[in-house]
Design a binder for this molecule. Structure first.
Ligand code: AMP
Length: 412
């Protein structure tokens, strides 16, 4: 079956057409600047020329139409008709406490997802616009929603509750939700399979303690015990936890009021600074959020980048320590996403803190870029890996399972 995976942002739409039998990508691309001037579709069918179509896209419906036209185009297309798309898998960011797994999209599922819009006002409405556009153009094709938050719904109460009056959890559902769940689920499973093949054939995901470090523009760490997320660093929103490209991660909440008085700014303005001008950018006093640049400056000894990378790495190491305690041990630590998969400097600096766990890194193996590899030595007490994430494939797998009737679905 061909599965179209859609990841709709407020002004962008990423897509991938995946053959669910051999899990190969047939075509992929992105619509950028939807609803703003200069919109374009970048489209790549595997084995064909990449095309860039610059055309106004007033809304997501037009963007989805352009994607479907490209997929069925007589020259660069890969399908004879839309009937060859067996199902559509949609990335949905926030399923609140309503979804602990992916769900076949029905009217009820759409309403339950809308009820979570408050919790992800930048993401959920955009995701749902993508769902509506696809439903309008392919009303007979089954659609599945795959939630970023679902994997973390296994966290115990002591991990997801904040130390604030309990009534705020009851009234407003203020709690840790966690994000990047699709990536953490995919990578922990891959890591466990890899471990079983390479290290110990007797052990599986069901009895391993794994820490997944998803280090991309957004970054989060998850403790996965026996295949279940038991704690994760992002919280009520994706602002909590690690220092990121432009996000602060953990701070003392009192800083918000303090800064608001000192800088004469509203709470909304301070929150925007914490989201967009903090993290590695903020620590450098401006400059790039791209870790290729920050790392190059770090290696050149530029003080601003040294400051940023040291704080970035330290925070990751601190979380690894905390999650090792939470799981009473760790078997595998894996690095994933843009920085985790490609940046050997960050991996190496993080692991320098982890000697107390008996971790030893193989510096040659750690040079790996963008591939699956064990980067620790044979005698390392904990296996450290680089595992490329593949959220689209995970969405396609869930979609296939649900459309094929392998999983239950729907709001809890
Ligand atoms: P993501 O959000 O997963 O796309 O990750 C984006 C981050 O990954 C950026 O900070 C990039 O600098 C970093 N990144 C992506 N590709 C590479 C690469 N080939 N080498 C080093 N860093 C990379």
């Amino acid at each position: 079956m061909n599965i179209l995976v859609i990841n709709c942002g407020s002004s962008s739409l990423k897509f991938q057409l995946i053959n669910s039998e051999n899990e190969e990508t047939i075509a992929k691309g992105i619509c950028e600047r939807i609803g703003i001037s200069g919109s374009q579709l970048v489209y790549l069918a595997i084995g064909k020329e990449k095309t860039i179509t610059e055309k106004p896209m007033e809304d997501h419906l037009i963007a989805v139409k352009m994607v479907l036209n490209s997929l069925t185009d007589p020259v660069n297309g890969v399908l004879k008709s839309l009937d060859e798309i067996g199902a559509v898998g949609h990335r949905l960011v926030h399923g609140g406490e309503k979804f602990n797994k992916s769900a076949l999209i029905t009217e009820d599922v759409i309403s339950a997802t809308k009820e979570c819009n408050d919790l992800a006002p930048l993401h959920n409405p955009a995701n749902l616009i993508g769902v509506a556009a696809c439903l309008e153009l392919m009303p007979e094709t089954p659609m599945v929603g795959v939630f970023d938050t679902a994997f973390h719904q296994t966290m115990p109460e002591e991990a997801y509750l904040y130390g604030i009056p309990y009534e705020y959890y009851e009234k407003y559902k203020i709690r840790r939700y966690g994000f990047h769940g699709t990536s953490h689920a995919y990578v922990s499973k891959r890591a466990a399979d890899f471990y079983q093949t390479e290290i110990d054939s007797a052990r599986t995901l069901a009895d391993l303690k794994i820490i997944v470090c998803h280090l991309g523009n957004g970054a989060s760490i998850t403790a996965v015990k026996n295949g279940k997320s038991i704690d994760t660093s992002m919280g009520f929103t994706p602002l909590e936890g690690l220092i990121m490209g432009t996000r602060s991660g953990d701070i003392d909440p009192a800083i918000i009021e303090f800064l608001s008085h000192k800088e004469n700014k509203t709470i909304e303005e301070i929150t925007a600074i914490l989201n967009k001008k903090s993290g590695a950018v903020g620590l450098q006093g401006g400059g790039s959020s791209d870790f290729r640049d920050v790392t190059a400056d770090y290696l050149a000894g530029k003080p601003a980048a040294v400051r940023a990378i040291k704080a970035y790495v330290y925070r990751i190491a601190k979380y690894i320590g905390a999650y090792t305690a939470a799981m009473n041990g760790v078997d595998i630590i894996c690095f994933t996403a843009g920085i985790g998969e490609n940046n050997s400097v960050v991996r190496s600096e993080v692991c320098k803190y982890l000697g107390y766990l008996g971790i030893k890194i193989d510096d040659i193996a750690n040079e790996i870029i963008g591939s699956e590899a064990i980067i620790s030595t044979i005698d390392s007490k904990v296996t450290v890996m680089s595992v490329p994430t593949d959220e689209e494939l995970m969405i396609a797998r869930d979609t296939k399972a649900i459309v094929g009737g392998d999983c239950g679905s729907g709001p809890q």
